[in-house]
Design a protein around this ligand. Structure first.
Ligand SMILES: [Zn+2]
Length: 604
Protein backbone atom coordinates (compact mmCIF):
# COMPACT_ATOMS: atom_id res chain seq x y z
CA UNK A 1 0.00 0.00 0.00
CA UNK A 2 1.27 3.46 -0.93
CA UNK A 3 2.73 5.77 1.67
CA UNK A 4 -0.01 8.38 1.44
CA UNK A 5 -3.29 9.09 -0.30
CA UNK A 6 -3.36 8.42 -4.04
CA UNK A 7 -2.85 11.91 -5.45
CA UNK A 8 -5.14 12.60 -8.40
CA UNK A 9 -3.62 15.16 -10.74
CA UNK A 10 -2.41 15.29 -14.33
CA UNK A 11 -1.96 17.53 -17.35
CA UNK A 12 -5.69 17.68 -18.03
CA UNK A 13 -6.35 19.03 -14.52
CA UNK A 14 -5.10 22.37 -15.84
CA UNK A 15 -7.79 22.57 -18.54
CA UNK A 16 -10.58 23.48 -16.09
CA UNK A 17 -10.07 27.18 -16.69
CA UNK A 18 -12.73 29.91 -16.83
CA UNK A 19 -10.14 32.51 -17.91
CA UNK A 20 -7.50 34.79 -16.39
CA UNK A 21 -9.84 36.98 -14.37
CA UNK A 22 -11.86 34.13 -12.80
CA UNK A 23 -11.21 33.41 -9.10
CA UNK A 24 -11.04 29.59 -9.53
CA UNK A 25 -7.74 29.59 -11.35
CA UNK A 26 -5.55 26.71 -12.56
CA UNK A 27 -2.67 28.89 -11.34
CA UNK A 28 -3.25 27.16 -7.98
CA UNK A 29 -1.87 23.87 -9.37
CA UNK A 30 1.64 25.34 -9.76
CA UNK A 31 2.34 26.23 -6.12
CA UNK A 32 -0.14 23.61 -4.87
CA UNK A 33 1.29 20.53 -6.56
CA UNK A 34 4.84 21.72 -5.95
CA UNK A 35 4.20 22.01 -2.20
CA UNK A 36 2.53 18.58 -2.21
CA UNK A 37 5.67 17.17 -3.86
CA UNK A 38 7.79 18.88 -1.21
CA UNK A 39 5.95 16.99 1.57
CA UNK A 40 6.30 13.64 -0.24
CA UNK A 41 3.21 13.38 -2.46
CA UNK A 42 3.59 12.32 -6.06
CA UNK A 43 0.67 12.37 -8.54
CA UNK A 44 -0.41 8.77 -9.12
CA UNK A 45 -3.59 9.07 -11.16
CA UNK A 46 -3.90 11.46 -14.12
CA UNK A 47 -7.61 12.19 -14.63
CA UNK A 48 -9.31 11.46 -17.95
CA UNK A 49 -12.87 12.48 -18.83
CA UNK A 50 -15.77 10.53 -17.35
CA UNK A 51 -18.09 9.01 -19.95
CA UNK A 52 -21.49 10.50 -20.68
CA UNK A 53 -23.05 7.38 -19.17
CA UNK A 54 -21.24 8.12 -15.90
CA UNK A 55 -22.22 11.80 -15.94
CA UNK A 56 -25.83 10.69 -16.49
CA UNK A 57 -25.84 8.94 -13.12
CA UNK A 58 -26.69 12.41 -11.78
CA UNK A 59 -26.82 14.94 -14.62
CA UNK A 60 -29.56 15.18 -17.23
CA UNK A 61 -28.86 14.26 -20.83
CA UNK A 62 -30.11 17.70 -21.95
CA UNK A 63 -27.71 19.46 -19.60
CA UNK A 64 -24.72 17.43 -20.81
CA UNK A 65 -25.73 18.26 -24.39
CA UNK A 66 -25.90 21.96 -23.48
CA UNK A 67 -22.44 21.86 -21.90
CA UNK A 68 -21.12 20.15 -25.04
CA UNK A 69 -22.62 22.92 -27.22
CA UNK A 70 -20.99 25.67 -25.12
CA UNK A 71 -17.79 23.62 -25.13
CA UNK A 72 -17.51 23.47 -28.91
CA UNK A 73 -18.85 26.99 -29.48
CA UNK A 74 -18.49 29.16 -26.36
CA UNK A 75 -20.07 32.15 -28.08
CA UNK A 76 -23.13 30.24 -29.31
CA UNK A 77 -26.12 32.42 -28.50
CA UNK A 78 -28.49 29.53 -29.24
CA UNK A 79 -27.57 27.45 -26.18
CA UNK A 80 -30.24 27.56 -23.47
CA UNK A 81 -29.53 30.12 -20.76
CA UNK A 82 -31.17 27.88 -18.15
CA UNK A 83 -28.07 25.68 -17.91
CA UNK A 84 -26.45 28.28 -15.63
CA UNK A 85 -23.60 28.84 -18.06
CA UNK A 86 -22.83 32.39 -19.16
CA UNK A 87 -21.16 35.61 -18.07
CA UNK A 88 -20.50 35.67 -14.33
CA UNK A 89 -19.65 32.65 -12.16
CA UNK A 90 -19.73 30.00 -14.88
CA UNK A 91 -18.69 31.50 -18.22
CA UNK A 92 -18.49 29.25 -21.26
CA UNK A 93 -15.02 28.29 -22.50
CA UNK A 94 -13.76 26.13 -25.32
CA UNK A 95 -13.34 22.53 -24.19
CA UNK A 96 -15.37 23.04 -21.00
CA UNK A 97 -17.16 19.69 -21.35
CA UNK A 98 -13.93 17.70 -21.54
CA UNK A 99 -12.34 19.77 -18.76
CA UNK A 100 -15.29 19.35 -16.39
CA UNK A 101 -15.74 15.68 -17.31
CA UNK A 102 -12.04 15.20 -16.50
CA UNK A 103 -12.52 16.46 -12.93
CA UNK A 104 -15.47 14.07 -12.61
CA UNK A 105 -13.41 11.24 -14.11
CA UNK A 106 -10.66 11.88 -11.57
CA UNK A 107 -13.00 11.53 -8.59
CA UNK A 108 -14.83 8.52 -10.04
CA UNK A 109 -11.57 6.68 -10.85
CA UNK A 110 -10.19 7.54 -7.40
CA UNK A 111 -13.34 6.10 -5.84
CA UNK A 112 -12.92 2.93 -7.89
CA UNK A 113 -9.31 2.56 -6.73
CA UNK A 114 -10.58 2.70 -3.15
CA UNK A 115 -13.46 0.29 -3.82
CA UNK A 116 -11.07 -2.22 -5.41
CA UNK A 117 -8.86 -1.96 -2.33
CA UNK A 118 -5.86 -0.67 -4.31
CA UNK A 119 -5.57 2.25 -1.90
CA UNK A 120 -7.20 3.26 1.38
CA UNK A 121 -7.20 7.01 0.74
CA UNK A 122 -7.27 9.11 -2.40
CA UNK A 123 -7.18 12.87 -2.83
CA UNK A 124 -8.08 15.01 -5.83
CA UNK A 125 -7.20 18.62 -4.92
CA UNK A 126 -8.74 19.86 -8.19
CA UNK A 127 -12.05 18.14 -7.35
CA UNK A 128 -14.82 19.15 -4.99
CA UNK A 129 -17.08 20.94 -7.49
CA UNK A 130 -19.93 20.68 -5.03
CA UNK A 131 -22.39 23.29 -6.38
CA UNK A 132 -23.17 21.66 -9.74
CA UNK A 133 -26.82 20.61 -9.99
CA UNK A 134 -28.56 17.99 -12.09
CA UNK A 135 -29.27 20.36 -14.97
CA UNK A 136 -27.44 23.54 -14.04
CA UNK A 137 -23.92 24.85 -13.60
CA UNK A 138 -23.44 26.86 -10.43
CA UNK A 139 -20.71 28.50 -8.38
CA UNK A 140 -17.76 27.63 -10.68
CA UNK A 141 -18.98 24.02 -10.91
CA UNK A 142 -20.08 22.32 -14.16
CA UNK A 143 -20.25 18.61 -13.29
CA UNK A 144 -20.47 17.51 -9.67
CA UNK A 145 -17.42 15.25 -9.34
CA UNK A 146 -17.87 14.57 -5.61
CA UNK A 147 -21.55 13.69 -5.97
CA UNK A 148 -20.66 11.40 -8.91
CA UNK A 149 -17.98 9.64 -6.86
CA UNK A 150 -20.62 9.09 -4.17
CA UNK A 151 -23.01 7.78 -6.84
CA UNK A 152 -20.28 5.31 -7.90
CA UNK A 153 -20.08 3.94 -4.34
CA UNK A 154 -23.88 3.77 -4.18
CA UNK A 155 -23.84 1.52 -7.26
CA UNK A 156 -22.06 -0.96 -4.97
CA UNK A 157 -24.76 -0.36 -2.31
CA UNK A 158 -22.30 1.23 0.12
CA UNK A 159 -23.40 3.79 2.72
CA UNK A 160 -21.52 7.04 2.15
CA UNK A 161 -20.79 9.79 4.66
CA UNK A 162 -19.99 13.09 2.94
CA UNK A 163 -18.30 15.87 4.93
CA UNK A 164 -18.14 19.32 3.32
CA UNK A 165 -15.69 21.78 4.93
CA UNK A 166 -15.77 24.40 2.17
CA UNK A 167 -16.94 27.86 3.31
CA UNK A 168 -19.90 27.58 0.93
CA UNK A 169 -22.84 25.23 1.50
CA UNK A 170 -22.41 21.93 -0.37
CA UNK A 171 -25.80 22.45 -2.00
CA UNK A 172 -25.27 20.37 -5.15
CA UNK A 173 -24.13 17.24 -3.33
CA UNK A 174 -26.99 17.66 -0.86
CA UNK A 175 -29.59 18.13 -3.61
CA UNK A 176 -28.33 15.25 -5.76
CA UNK A 177 -28.58 12.79 -2.83
CA UNK A 178 -31.37 14.46 -0.85
CA UNK A 179 -33.81 11.54 -1.03
CA UNK A 180 -31.20 8.79 -0.62
CA UNK A 181 -31.01 7.43 2.96
CA UNK A 182 -27.71 5.74 2.06
CA UNK A 183 -25.88 9.07 1.75
CA UNK A 184 -25.45 11.37 4.75
CA UNK A 185 -24.21 14.84 3.82
CA UNK A 186 -22.82 17.12 6.54
CA UNK A 187 -21.89 20.66 5.51
CA UNK A 188 -20.19 23.36 7.60
CA UNK A 189 -20.38 26.73 5.93
CA UNK A 190 -20.87 30.44 6.27
CA UNK A 191 -24.56 31.17 6.65
CA UNK A 192 -26.61 31.53 3.49
CA UNK A 193 -27.79 34.85 4.90
CA UNK A 194 -24.41 36.37 4.08
CA UNK A 195 -22.93 34.07 1.44
CA UNK A 196 -23.60 32.17 -1.79
CA UNK A 197 -25.53 29.94 -2.43
CA UNK A 198 -27.99 31.14 0.23
CA UNK A 199 -29.01 27.66 1.41
CA UNK A 200 -27.79 25.21 4.06
CA UNK A 201 -29.99 25.74 7.10
CA UNK A 202 -30.80 23.11 9.74
CA UNK A 203 -34.32 22.55 8.40
CA UNK A 204 -32.88 21.11 5.17
CA UNK A 205 -32.52 17.62 6.66
CA UNK A 206 -33.57 15.26 3.89
CA UNK A 207 -37.05 13.98 3.13
CA UNK A 208 -39.15 10.83 3.36
CA UNK A 209 -37.02 7.80 4.13
CA UNK A 210 -33.94 10.06 3.89
CA UNK A 211 -35.07 12.47 6.62
CA UNK A 212 -32.14 13.00 8.98
CA UNK A 213 -29.40 12.36 6.40
CA UNK A 214 -28.86 15.95 5.33
CA UNK A 215 -27.04 17.92 8.01
CA UNK A 216 -26.27 21.64 7.85
CA UNK A 217 -24.23 23.74 10.25
CA UNK A 218 -24.49 27.36 9.15
CA UNK A 219 -22.03 29.68 10.88
CA UNK A 220 -22.00 33.46 11.09
CA UNK A 221 -19.22 35.62 9.60
CA UNK A 222 -16.09 35.90 11.76
CA UNK A 223 -16.94 32.85 13.89
CA UNK A 224 -13.22 32.03 13.93
CA UNK A 225 -11.22 28.78 13.91
CA UNK A 226 -12.01 27.66 17.46
CA UNK A 227 -15.79 27.62 17.15
CA UNK A 228 -15.60 26.18 13.60
CA UNK A 229 -13.43 23.29 14.76
CA UNK A 230 -15.56 22.80 17.88
CA UNK A 231 -18.63 22.52 15.62
CA UNK A 232 -16.93 19.91 13.42
CA UNK A 233 -15.89 17.91 16.49
CA UNK A 234 -19.33 18.10 18.11
CA UNK A 235 -21.32 17.09 15.04
CA UNK A 236 -19.32 14.77 12.77
CA UNK A 237 -18.06 12.01 15.13
CA UNK A 238 -21.41 11.09 16.73
CA UNK A 239 -23.16 11.21 13.37
CA UNK A 240 -20.46 8.96 11.87
CA UNK A 241 -21.02 6.53 14.75
CA UNK A 242 -24.80 6.62 14.27
CA UNK A 243 -24.68 6.28 10.48
CA UNK A 244 -21.98 3.61 10.16
CA UNK A 245 -20.59 4.61 6.76
CA UNK A 246 -18.78 2.12 4.51
CA UNK A 247 -16.82 4.96 2.94
CA UNK A 248 -16.18 8.64 3.69
CA UNK A 249 -16.00 11.34 1.01
CA UNK A 250 -14.90 14.83 2.00
CA UNK A 251 -14.50 18.27 0.48
CA UNK A 252 -11.72 20.47 1.86
CA UNK A 253 -12.27 23.88 0.30
CA UNK A 254 -9.82 26.35 1.82
CA UNK A 255 -11.98 29.41 1.22
CA UNK A 256 -12.98 29.67 4.88
CA UNK A 257 -9.51 31.03 5.62
CA UNK A 258 -9.20 34.54 7.04
CA UNK A 259 -7.08 35.57 4.03
CA UNK A 260 -9.53 34.27 1.44
CA UNK A 261 -11.01 37.14 -0.56
CA UNK A 262 -14.51 35.68 -1.06
CA UNK A 263 -15.81 34.74 2.41
CA UNK A 264 -15.72 35.72 6.07
CA UNK A 265 -15.42 32.84 8.57
CA UNK A 266 -11.84 33.82 9.58
CA UNK A 267 -10.46 30.28 9.75
CA UNK A 268 -6.84 29.08 9.87
CA UNK A 269 -4.83 26.38 8.12
CA UNK A 270 -4.28 24.92 11.60
CA UNK A 271 -8.01 24.35 12.09
CA UNK A 272 -8.41 22.97 8.56
CA UNK A 273 -5.51 20.55 9.02
CA UNK A 274 -6.99 19.41 12.34
CA UNK A 275 -10.37 18.81 10.66
CA UNK A 276 -8.68 16.73 7.93
CA UNK A 277 -7.01 14.57 10.59
CA UNK A 278 -10.40 14.10 12.25
CA UNK A 279 -11.87 12.87 8.96
CA UNK A 280 -8.95 10.46 8.57
CA UNK A 281 -9.50 9.08 12.09
CA UNK A 282 -13.20 8.55 11.41
CA UNK A 283 -12.45 6.79 8.11
CA UNK A 284 -10.25 4.31 9.97
CA UNK A 285 -12.65 3.99 12.88
CA UNK A 286 -15.88 3.47 10.94
CA UNK A 287 -15.17 2.89 7.24
CA UNK A 288 -12.29 0.41 7.09
CA UNK A 289 -10.01 3.30 6.11
CA UNK A 290 -11.92 4.06 2.89
CA UNK A 291 -11.65 7.82 2.32
CA UNK A 292 -11.85 9.96 -0.79
CA UNK A 293 -10.85 13.58 -0.18
CA UNK A 294 -11.24 16.41 -2.64
CA UNK A 295 -10.24 20.04 -2.70
CA UNK A 296 -12.81 22.71 -3.32
CA UNK A 297 -12.93 26.48 -3.21
CA UNK A 298 -9.89 28.53 -2.27
CA UNK A 299 -9.00 31.84 -3.84
CA UNK A 300 -5.89 32.82 -1.95
CA UNK A 301 -3.87 30.88 -4.51
CA UNK A 302 -0.41 31.34 -2.99
CA UNK A 303 -0.82 32.04 0.72
CA UNK A 304 -3.55 29.52 1.61
CA UNK A 305 -4.46 26.92 -1.04
CA UNK A 306 -1.07 25.12 -1.24
CA UNK A 307 -0.80 24.80 2.53
CA UNK A 308 -4.32 23.37 2.93
CA UNK A 309 -3.72 20.92 0.06
CA UNK A 310 -0.52 19.74 1.73
CA UNK A 311 -2.14 19.48 5.18
CA UNK A 312 -5.03 17.45 3.75
CA UNK A 313 -2.67 15.00 2.04
CA UNK A 314 -0.47 14.77 5.15
CA UNK A 315 -3.54 13.91 7.25
CA UNK A 316 -4.15 10.91 4.98
CA UNK A 317 -0.46 10.01 5.02
CA UNK A 318 -0.59 9.98 8.83
CA UNK A 319 2.33 12.39 8.94
CA UNK A 320 2.91 15.51 10.99
CA UNK A 321 3.31 18.63 8.90
CA UNK A 322 6.78 20.13 8.94
CA UNK A 323 6.77 23.41 10.83
CA UNK A 324 8.23 25.60 8.08
CA UNK A 325 7.44 25.88 4.39
CA UNK A 326 10.45 24.91 2.26
CA UNK A 327 12.62 27.95 1.53
CA UNK A 328 12.96 26.91 -2.14
CA UNK A 329 9.18 26.77 -2.48
CA UNK A 330 8.81 30.26 -1.03
CA UNK A 331 11.59 31.60 -3.25
CA UNK A 332 9.96 30.05 -6.33
CA UNK A 333 6.48 31.57 -5.71
CA UNK A 334 7.15 34.84 -3.86
CA UNK A 335 7.18 36.99 -7.00
CA UNK A 336 4.07 35.34 -8.49
CA UNK A 337 2.25 35.85 -5.20
CA UNK A 338 3.16 39.53 -5.17
CA UNK A 339 2.12 39.94 -8.81
CA UNK A 340 -1.31 38.49 -8.05
CA UNK A 341 -1.62 40.56 -4.87
CA UNK A 342 -1.53 37.46 -2.62
CA UNK A 343 1.66 38.04 -0.66
CA UNK A 344 3.78 38.03 1.33
CA UNK A 345 3.98 34.25 1.63
CA UNK A 346 3.74 32.85 5.17
CA UNK A 347 6.72 30.96 6.58
CA UNK A 348 4.89 28.07 8.31
CA UNK A 349 2.33 25.41 7.34
CA UNK A 350 0.14 26.26 10.29
CA UNK A 351 -0.98 29.76 11.05
CA UNK A 352 0.99 31.37 13.80
CA UNK A 353 -0.35 33.34 16.75
CA UNK A 354 -2.25 36.43 15.70
CA UNK A 355 -3.77 34.84 12.58
CA UNK A 356 -6.63 35.63 12.56
CA UNK A 357 -6.49 38.86 14.53
CA UNK A 358 -8.99 39.72 17.23
CA UNK A 359 -10.55 42.19 14.82
CA UNK A 360 -11.42 39.40 12.41
CA UNK A 361 -13.24 37.17 14.92
CA UNK A 362 -16.49 37.86 16.71
CA UNK A 363 -17.53 36.55 20.14
CA UNK A 364 -21.17 36.96 19.08
CA UNK A 365 -20.64 34.72 16.07
CA UNK A 366 -18.88 32.15 18.28
CA UNK A 367 -21.82 32.22 20.70
CA UNK A 368 -24.33 31.73 17.87
CA UNK A 369 -22.25 28.81 16.57
CA UNK A 370 -22.78 27.06 19.92
CA UNK A 371 -26.54 27.54 19.67
CA UNK A 372 -26.60 26.17 16.13
CA UNK A 373 -24.47 23.16 17.06
CA UNK A 374 -26.73 22.43 20.01
CA UNK A 375 -29.82 22.52 17.77
CA UNK A 376 -28.20 20.31 15.13
CA UNK A 377 -27.22 17.77 17.77
CA UNK A 378 -30.66 17.78 19.42
CA UNK A 379 -32.44 17.18 16.14
CA UNK A 380 -30.03 14.95 14.20
CA UNK A 381 -27.86 13.02 16.67
CA UNK A 382 -29.66 10.08 18.33
CA UNK A 383 -30.40 10.78 22.00
CA UNK A 384 -28.33 7.84 23.25
CA UNK A 385 -25.19 9.21 21.57
CA UNK A 386 -25.75 12.77 22.81
CA UNK A 387 -26.27 11.59 26.36
CA UNK A 388 -23.38 9.11 26.10
CA UNK A 389 -21.08 12.05 25.42
CA UNK A 390 -22.55 14.38 28.04
CA UNK A 391 -22.53 11.65 30.71
CA UNK A 392 -19.06 10.39 29.77
CA UNK A 393 -20.18 6.88 28.71
CA UNK A 394 -18.44 7.31 25.38
CA UNK A 395 -16.60 9.98 23.41
CA UNK A 396 -16.87 9.72 19.65
CA UNK A 397 -14.02 11.98 18.58
CA UNK A 398 -10.65 10.39 18.09
CA UNK A 399 -11.00 7.49 20.47
CA UNK A 400 -7.86 5.76 19.21
CA UNK A 401 -8.14 3.04 21.83
CA UNK A 402 -11.31 1.75 20.14
CA UNK A 403 -11.28 -1.80 18.84
CA UNK A 404 -10.50 -2.00 15.12
CA UNK A 405 -13.57 -1.38 12.97
CA UNK A 406 -15.43 -4.24 11.40
CA UNK A 407 -14.82 -4.49 7.66
CA UNK A 408 -18.46 -3.82 6.89
CA UNK A 409 -20.36 -2.24 9.77
CA UNK A 410 -23.74 -3.53 8.66
CA UNK A 411 -24.80 -7.07 8.00
CA UNK A 412 -21.73 -8.92 9.22
CA UNK A 413 -23.21 -10.25 12.44
CA UNK A 414 -25.93 -12.90 12.30
CA UNK A 415 -29.24 -11.25 13.15
CA UNK A 416 -31.39 -12.87 15.78
CA UNK A 417 -33.52 -14.97 13.48
CA UNK A 418 -37.14 -15.44 14.30
CA UNK A 419 -37.92 -19.11 14.07
CA UNK A 420 -41.52 -20.10 13.32
CA UNK A 421 -43.20 -21.21 16.48
CA UNK A 422 -40.52 -19.74 18.69
CA UNK A 423 -41.74 -18.08 21.86
CA UNK A 424 -42.07 -14.32 22.10
CA UNK A 425 -39.04 -12.52 23.54
CA UNK A 426 -39.09 -12.20 27.29
CA UNK A 427 -39.29 -8.56 28.34
CA UNK A 428 -37.56 -7.79 31.62
CA UNK A 429 -35.35 -5.40 33.56
CA UNK A 430 -31.68 -5.90 32.76
CA UNK A 431 -28.89 -6.03 35.28
CA UNK A 432 -25.27 -5.15 34.54
CA UNK A 433 -24.58 -8.91 34.51
CA UNK A 434 -27.32 -9.43 31.87
CA UNK A 435 -25.68 -6.85 29.65
CA UNK A 436 -22.35 -8.62 29.97
CA UNK A 437 -23.84 -12.00 29.07
CA UNK A 438 -26.30 -11.13 26.30
CA UNK A 439 -25.36 -10.30 22.69
CA UNK A 440 -27.00 -7.16 21.33
CA UNK A 441 -28.50 -7.87 17.89
CA UNK A 442 -27.68 -5.52 15.00
CA UNK A 443 -29.94 -2.54 14.25
CA UNK A 444 -31.67 -2.39 17.65
CA UNK A 445 -30.40 1.07 18.65
CA UNK A 446 -27.75 3.62 17.64
CA UNK A 447 -24.82 3.57 17.04
CA UNK A 448 -24.62 1.47 13.88
CA UNK A 449 -22.02 -0.92 15.32
CA UNK A 450 -23.85 -3.16 17.83
CA UNK A 451 -20.62 -3.87 19.72
CA UNK A 452 -20.20 -0.17 20.45
CA UNK A 453 -23.91 0.13 21.28
CA UNK A 454 -23.53 -2.69 23.81
CA UNK A 455 -20.52 -0.97 25.41
CA UNK A 456 -22.55 2.23 25.77
CA UNK A 457 -25.43 0.32 27.39
CA UNK A 458 -23.07 -1.28 29.91
CA UNK A 459 -21.52 2.09 30.79
CA UNK A 460 -24.99 3.62 31.11
CA UNK A 461 -26.26 0.96 33.50
CA UNK A 462 -23.10 1.29 35.61
CA UNK A 463 -23.97 5.02 35.76
CA UNK A 464 -27.49 4.39 37.05
CA UNK A 465 -29.52 4.07 33.86
CA UNK A 466 -32.52 1.73 33.90
CA UNK A 467 -32.72 -0.73 31.03
CA UNK A 468 -35.50 -3.05 29.94
CA UNK A 469 -34.61 -5.67 27.36
CA UNK A 470 -36.34 -8.11 25.02
CA UNK A 471 -34.42 -11.34 25.28
CA UNK A 472 -34.43 -14.39 22.99
CA UNK A 473 -31.91 -17.02 24.04
CA UNK A 474 -28.55 -15.29 24.24
CA UNK A 475 -29.74 -12.41 22.05
CA UNK A 476 -30.88 -9.01 23.16
CA UNK A 477 -33.36 -8.10 20.39
CA UNK A 478 -34.87 -5.00 22.00
CA UNK A 479 -33.88 -2.22 24.40
CA UNK A 480 -35.67 0.57 26.25
CA UNK A 481 -33.52 2.70 28.51
CA UNK A 482 -34.03 5.75 30.74
CA UNK A 483 -31.24 7.79 32.27
CA UNK A 484 -30.57 11.13 33.88
CA UNK A 485 -29.54 13.11 30.82
CA UNK A 486 -26.99 15.30 32.54
CA UNK A 487 -25.36 15.64 35.92
CA UNK A 488 -27.68 18.53 36.81
CA UNK A 489 -30.77 16.35 36.30
CA UNK A 490 -29.68 13.77 38.87
CA UNK A 491 -31.53 14.65 42.04
CA UNK A 492 -29.98 14.20 45.47
CA UNK A 493 -29.96 11.04 47.56
CA UNK A 494 -32.09 8.25 46.21
CA UNK A 495 -32.71 10.09 42.98
CA UNK A 496 -36.48 10.22 43.39
CA UNK A 497 -38.58 13.07 42.09
CA UNK A 498 -36.67 13.89 38.91
CA UNK A 499 -37.46 13.38 35.26
CA UNK A 500 -35.14 11.06 33.37
CA UNK A 501 -34.78 10.95 29.62
CA UNK A 502 -35.77 8.04 27.42
CA UNK A 503 -32.38 7.64 25.74
CA UNK A 504 -32.91 4.47 23.71
CA UNK A 505 -35.83 2.51 22.35
CA UNK A 506 -35.47 -0.01 19.56
CA UNK A 507 -36.19 -3.51 18.33
CA UNK A 508 -34.25 -5.68 15.87
CA UNK A 509 -35.89 -5.78 12.41
CA UNK A 510 -37.05 -9.39 12.67
CA UNK A 511 -38.96 -8.66 15.87
CA UNK A 512 -40.63 -5.38 14.92
CA UNK A 513 -44.44 -4.96 14.60
CA UNK A 514 -45.13 -7.51 17.33
CA UNK A 515 -45.72 -5.19 20.28
CA UNK A 516 -42.24 -5.72 21.70
CA UNK A 517 -41.43 -2.00 21.88
CA UNK A 518 -44.73 -1.24 23.65
CA UNK A 519 -44.14 -4.02 26.15
CA UNK A 520 -40.63 -2.75 26.90
CA UNK A 521 -41.71 0.88 27.24
CA UNK A 522 -44.58 -0.09 29.58
CA UNK A 523 -42.17 -2.08 31.73
CA UNK A 524 -39.81 0.89 31.82
CA UNK A 525 -42.63 3.26 32.80
CA UNK A 526 -43.67 0.87 35.59
CA UNK A 527 -40.12 0.78 36.91
CA UNK A 528 -39.75 4.57 36.74
CA UNK A 529 -43.08 4.96 38.60
CA UNK A 530 -41.88 2.53 41.25
CA UNK A 531 -38.73 4.62 41.71
CA UNK A 532 -40.78 7.82 41.81
CA UNK A 533 -39.04 9.24 38.75
CA UNK A 534 -40.58 10.70 35.64
CA UNK A 535 -39.56 10.13 32.06
CA UNK A 536 -39.37 12.46 29.07
CA UNK A 537 -38.76 11.55 25.46
CA UNK A 538 -37.92 13.59 22.41
CA UNK A 539 -38.57 12.09 18.99
CA UNK A 540 -36.61 13.75 16.17
CA UNK A 541 -35.35 13.00 12.66
CA UNK A 542 -32.12 11.76 14.23
CA UNK A 543 -33.85 8.64 15.58
CA UNK A 544 -33.66 6.36 12.56
CA UNK A 545 -32.52 2.94 11.41
CA UNK A 546 -29.59 3.81 9.11
CA UNK A 547 -30.00 0.51 7.28
CA UNK A 548 -33.65 0.65 6.25
CA UNK A 549 -35.33 3.80 7.57
CA UNK A 550 -39.08 4.31 7.50
CA UNK A 551 -40.58 7.46 5.94
CA UNK A 552 -40.37 10.40 8.36
CA UNK A 553 -44.15 10.64 8.92
CA UNK A 554 -44.38 6.92 9.68
CA UNK A 555 -41.54 7.17 12.19
CA UNK A 556 -43.42 9.99 13.93
CA UNK A 557 -46.71 8.02 14.00
CA UNK A 558 -44.98 4.96 15.46
CA UNK A 559 -43.35 7.10 18.16
CA UNK A 560 -46.64 8.80 19.05
CA UNK A 561 -48.51 5.49 19.24
CA UNK A 562 -45.82 3.85 21.37
CA UNK A 563 -45.67 6.75 23.81
CA UNK A 564 -49.43 7.11 24.28
CA UNK A 565 -49.98 3.35 24.65
CA UNK A 566 -47.32 3.29 27.37
CA UNK A 567 -48.74 6.07 29.52
CA UNK A 568 -46.73 9.04 28.26
CA UNK A 569 -48.41 12.29 27.24
CA UNK A 570 -47.46 13.34 23.73
CA UNK A 571 -47.05 17.02 22.91
CA UNK A 572 -45.36 19.27 20.40
CA UNK A 573 -41.59 19.42 20.59
CA UNK A 574 -39.97 22.61 21.90
CA UNK A 575 -40.54 25.42 19.38
CA UNK A 576 -36.90 25.75 18.25
CA UNK A 577 -36.96 22.04 17.38
CA UNK A 578 -40.40 22.02 15.75
CA UNK A 579 -39.31 24.96 13.62
CA UNK A 580 -36.71 22.81 11.86
CA UNK A 581 -38.24 19.32 12.29
CA UNK A 582 -42.05 19.64 12.09
CA UNK A 583 -42.49 15.91 12.79
CA UNK A 584 -40.58 16.14 16.07
CA UNK A 585 -42.63 15.24 19.18
CA UNK A 586 -42.09 15.39 22.91
CA UNK A 587 -43.61 12.96 25.39
CA UNK A 588 -43.54 13.00 29.16
CA UNK A 589 -44.71 11.03 32.15
CA UNK A 590 -44.75 12.79 35.49
CA UNK A 591 -45.54 10.66 38.54
CA UNK A 592 -46.92 12.58 41.51
CA UNK A 593 -44.25 14.57 43.29
CA UNK A 594 -41.98 14.62 40.25
CA UNK A 595 -40.25 17.83 39.35
CA UNK A 596 -40.36 18.66 35.65
CA UNK A 597 -36.98 19.91 34.46
CA UNK A 598 -37.04 23.61 33.61
CA UNK A 599 -35.22 22.99 30.34
CA UNK A 600 -36.11 20.25 27.92
CA UNK A 601 -34.33 18.74 26.13
CA UNK A 602 -31.10 19.02 28.09
CA UNK A 603 -28.02 19.59 25.98
CA UNK A 604 -24.26 19.33 25.82
ZN1 LIG B 1 -5.71 7.41 7.18
Amino acid sequence: MADGPLLVYGPKSLTYDFGPRHPLSPRRFGPGIELLRAVGAEPGLAPEPATDAELEWLHSRDYIAAVRRFSSDPDDPGAPATAGIGPGDDPAFAGMHEAAATVAGGSIRAMEAILRGDVEHAYQPGGGLHHAMRSRASGFCIYNDVALAIARARRDFLRVLYIDLDVHHGDGVQALHYDDPGVMTISFHESGRSLFPGTGFVAEMGEGIAAGTSVNVALEPMCGPDSWLAAVRAVVPPLAAAFGPHIIVSQHGSDGHVWDPLAHLSLTTTAMGEAARLVDRLAHRYAGGRWLATGGGGYSVYRVVPRVWALTWLAGAHLEAPRLLPAEWRARWEADAARWDDGPLPVAFEDTAGVPSERSTSPDAAERAKTTVSLVRNVLVPALLRVAESRGWRQFDGDVTDPPPSATPAGEAPPARRVEGQAEPSVRLLTAADLEALVLAPRVIAPADPKVAAEILRAAVRDGAVAVGAVVGEWLVGIAMAAPASASSVDGAGGAGAVDQLVALGVAPEWRRRGVATAMLRALVTEQDRRGRGMAALHTAGERDPDDPLPRAVRREVAERLASRSGLTVSAAPPEISAVDPDARAAIRVPSGTRVPPEFPPEI
